[in-house]
Design a protein around this ligand. Sequence first.
Ligand SMILES: CC(C)(COP(=O)(O)OP(=O)(O)OC[C@H]1O[C@@H](n2cnc3c(N)ncnc32)[C@H](O)[C@@H]1OP(=O)(O)O)[C@@H](O)C(=O)NCCC(=O)NCCS
Length: 161
Amino acid sequence: MAKVNITIDRIRKEDVSHVLGIIRGLPEWFILNAVAEIKEAAKRLPGFVARVGDVVRGFIILEERECCVEIAWLAVEKGFQGRGLGTLLLRAAESYACSKGKPVLTVKTYGGMDYEPYLETLAFYKKKGFKLYEVVEEYKPFNGQPAAILIKTLDCRKPFE
Ligand SMILES: CC(C)(COP(=O)(O)OP(=O)(O)OC[C@H]1O[C@@H](n2cnc3c(N)ncnc32)[C@H](O)[C@@H]1OP(=O)(O)O)[C@@H](O)C(=O)NCCC(=O)NCCS
């Protein structure tokens, strides 16, 4: 697929409505509850947006933990997937984690191995160097559904382009 001209910026208040629009366009991945949670998270937590031209087409929201930095939310608008936005957002997250002296990224994602959209999500994370730590079969914050916990150890000595 054609590469596009992408810029990555810190997420700002005025980006939140675009972020929520992206989530509403991905019903295979995000239930409606997620909209309210992401609205709150986008205001409270650090994160980045990927713009194509002037328009926000993807975002990542991060949560700093004692051990590491967790990817709380990540999404790219459907028509812009597969063009490198997710990779650049991950790179921004890696750079952020290193800047905090925490060379480990984690993410919890749906861990049922029977649902194609999230198998694609898992494939994306694995391609980007994440390893499966554990599948929690009945994970309460996911309403008792399975969660896959993935981890990536970062080499913070490498420069981030
Ligand atoms: C997962 C997601 C963020 C990836 O972003 P993206 O912009 O599409 O990813 P990229 O274009 O940077 O692709 C990165 C790599 O992953 C691979 N990849 C992307 N989508 C993939 C898929 N569906 N299946 C397998 N591999 C995939 C690409 O081939 C690419 O490989 P390369 O680096 O060798 O070229 C995006 O597809 C998305 O928003 N998915 C729906 C929501 C979601 O899953 N969010 C995460 C919830 S935890």
